[in-house]
Design a protein around this ligand. Structure first.
Ligand SMILES: Nc1ncnc2c1ncn2[C@@H]1O[C@H](COP(=O)(O)OP(=O)(O)OP(=O)(O)O)[C@@H](O)[C@H]1O
Ligand SMILES: [Mg+2]
Length: 673
């Protein structure tokens, strides 16, 4: 198969080829499409089902399923990973098998497996194994995502619903029990069958997920402490307290997931308490306040806050909101999502739904009334209400009916309605418009944001955009747009942040120094590493400060950062091994040494190093062959190192220390001199 058009043709849906092409969907992203994406693309319900099934099959090509008939392939590239593991089991299957004809049972189990594969795929998990009517799924392999635990939990909730809604003609509803846990496992020996598969599940985490599953009530999802810690404020939970699990000596905490919490943003999900004071960043806040003054007086402008994950973009946006609290103004917040990068106008749709206070249980009529009330605040006319009701997928009613429109026409009318809404609000009061995470923006929203940006100088609007460095603005340079590159916190501010986390209690100097050295001034790293250190029991509180109660060991990577660090390395999967070998050398490694130990052809090594430098995970000083490379973040180096099996680390260490490398390095030195 060569392209998306051929794939669509192979499932009899070539009519969508042009729409896929227009939305830049090729075979590399088709596996990531969710039901919502397909809906947004205008794919009909029946076709969506068909496509999702075909996508699941496409994924199946890389799945490790018993049906593949693969023999155990011992892979020497096995790796240690933090994974979120899900165990899902069908309730009452023995009773079913007693009651049903085997052929009917086979059909039911078949439908159930397809349903599970679809849902797991939608949430970017993979099915590692079917075990009769049980399913083992992994989230975070082969590609880590920063929110794997959250995605697994969402998948769990979705599975409960999807299985209950399966039409099976057996006169009873199917139900599942689900257990989810996060932890370190070894993956790589996943390919196999029969007894070999037992080795696929190495580490305590899969067992824990399986045990939690047996404890779950039918139709519920139980999660471990680690998963709970990672999913934070994204869900509502019921604390089950310490539970006894078969095979575990001690009791363990467990939570039942009741549903999503409806939290507005990623930042809020991680911060359920009041916003903590902003440390440093005075210049950024001053600039934003100055721009706000211009905007409030009618000279609208925009600021793009750009910086690495965890550097503090959202915190600054929230701090600005707080500073403006006492002033009359309107705040509008839009959030792009890593899972809706091709859902047309996703941030705008979800903003309208939140602002109109839509509830899941609302009828279309109630939703329409809420939308009308919301839009009345910006004096929208009936046409705009109709267009936006259509954008929110509300069915036509007697008060609104949209004429047949071409897609282009509908898009123009939707843009006009959304822009008119902003005009109307800005005419009432100055508007602070925060647009978060535009590195994930969908193409249609990008177009509308560009138009909004051009319109801003005429409005009482400050448009604050946050983006990670990979975002390239599609708009040309404008005088009213300022870009602020956020860099690391100073050492002093880093120390102040540590003290905030320890609630003012001072840490021993060597602990403080190690935290500062390993976190490179990235506030998220500082916070998480400090919390991890406090939790390890290394420190004892004495008279308002902490003392070490044993020698300081090397610090582990906080589990909350694991997925995000791995995700950065996984995006460079083909060259990750080079990063890992470099990581064994240390934060800094020379070209010569790497060349001596990596055992790779020169071109491949240089290409890999080039890619690492382009991705900004690694900086380079000097020219090959005298180049020296440095990991930008110590924790990225640590994550690369932690992915190697201990045995592989030992091999690389031995190679580095071995005589042949020493000789090659000596020769290189002589040549250089
Ligand atoms: N200047 C600061 N003072 C105090 N805490 C900060 C500061 N900057 C960031 N933090 C804290 O660091 C963590 C990460 O910050 P934040 O979420 O704002 O990063 P971000 O740049 O928005 O990351 P992402 O790209 O993932 O959205 C948060 O817990 C935040 O409260
Ligand atoms: Mg943020």
């Amino acid at each position: 198969m060569t392209g998306i058009a051929e794939w669509l043709a192979s499932i009899g849906l070539e009519e969508y080829a042009q729409r896929f092409a227009e939305n830049a969907i090729d075979l590399s992203v088709v596996r990531d499409l969710t039901e919502q994406d397909l809906k947004d693309l205008g794919v009909l319900l029946g076709h969506r089902r068909k496509m999702l099934r075909a996508i699941a099959e496409l994924k199946g090509a890389v799945l490790i399923t018993p049906q593949t008939g693969a023999k155990l392939v011992p892979r020497d590239d096995a790796e240690r990973r933090q994974l979120t593991v899900m165990f899902c089991d069908l309730v009452g299957s023995s009773a079913l098998s007693a009651r049903l004809d085997p052929e009917d049972l086979r059909r039911v189990i078949g439908a159930y497996h397809i349903c599970i594969a679809e849902v797991i795929g939608q949430y970017e998990g993979i099915i590692a194994r079917y075990m009769g009517d049980g399913v083992l799924a992994y989230f975070g392999y082969p590609q880590a995502h920063e929110d794997d635990a959250e995605q697994a939990t969402r998948a769990g909730l979705a599975l409960v619903d999807a299985v209950a809604n399966l039409q099976t003609d057996i006169g009873a509803e199917l139900q599942v029990r689900i257990g989810i846990a996060t932890g370190t496992v070894v993956v790589g020996d996943l390919i196999g069958e029969g007894a070999a598969q037992e080795q696929a599940v190495v580490g305590e985490t899969p067992n824990l997920a399986a045990r939690l599953q047996t404890l779950a009530e039918p139709g519920t999802v139980l999660i471990s402490a680690s998963t709970h810690r990672l999913t934070g404020g994204n869900f509502e939970y019921r604390d089950l307290g310490p539970v006894t699990l078969k095979g575990w000596g001690e009791t363990l905490p467990a939570w039942q997931v009741l549903g999503t919490s409806g939290v507005e943003s990623r930042f809020e999900a991680q911060h359920q308490t009041r916003l903590t004071p902003l440390i440093g960043r005075d210049e950024e806040i001053d600039l934003l306040l100055r721009r706000w003054r211009y905007a409030a007086q009618g000279e609208g402008c925009a600021v793009v806050l750009s910086g690495d994950p965890g550097i503090g973009k959202s915190h600054i946006a929230r701090a600005l909101q707080e500073r403006l609290q006492a002033e009359p103004h309107i705040t509008l917040r839009y959030f792009c999502s890593a899972h809706h990068t091709i859902s047309a106008l996703f941030p705008f749709i979800s903003q309208l739904e939140r602002a109109a206070l839509f509830e899941r249980s609302d009828s279309p009529t109630q939703k329409f009334a809420k939308l009308e009330a919301l839009l009345a605040q910006s004096a929208a006319d009936a046409d705009h209400v109709a267009v936006l009701a259509n954008l929110l997928s509300l069915p036509p009613n007697d008060r609104y009916r949209l004429p047949e429109l071409s897609p282009q026409n509908r898009k123009e009318k939707t843009f006009a309605a959304l822009l008119a809404q902003l005009d109307g609000l800005a005419a009432r009061e100055p508007v602070l418009l925060i647009f978060e995470d535009v590195h994930w923006i969908d193409p249609t929203s990008r177009e509308l944001l560009t138009v909004t940006l051009e319109r801003v100088p005429r409005l009482r609007v400050l448009l604050l955009i946050t983006a990670r460095p990979e975002f390239t603005p599609p708009w040309p340079g404008h005088a009213h747009v300022t870009t602020l590159l956020l860099t690391r916190l100073s050492r002093r501010d880093g120390a102040a942040l540590i003290e905030r986390v320890t609630a003012g209690k001072t840490l021993p100097e060597e602990v403080m120094n190690q935290i500062l050295a390993r976190t490179d001034g990235v506030p998220l790293f500082v916070e998480e590493l400090t919390k991890t250190v406090l939790e390890t029991g290394l420190l004892q509180e004495r008279d308002g400060h902490y003392v070490l109660n044993r020698p300081l060991p090397s610090m582990a990577i906080p589990m909350t950062l694991h997925a995000s660090l791995m995700a950065r390395l996984d995006r460079l999967a083909p060259v990750r091994e080079v990063a890992q070998i470099g990581a064994v050398v240390g934060r800094e490694f020379s070209y010569e040494l790497l060349n001596a130990v990596a055992g790779l052809p020169i071109e491949r090594l240089e290409e890999a190093l080039g890619q690492l430098v382009r991705s900004e995970l690694v900086f380079c000083r000097g020219e090959v062959p005298h180049a020296v490379y440095t990991f930008k973040h110590t924790l990225v180096r640590d994550a690369a190192y932690s992915g190697l099996l201990k045995s592989r680390r030992a091999e690389v260490h031995a190679a580095i220390a071995g005589p042949s490398v020493a000789t090659r390095l000596r020769c290189a030195l002589v040549r250089a001199n």
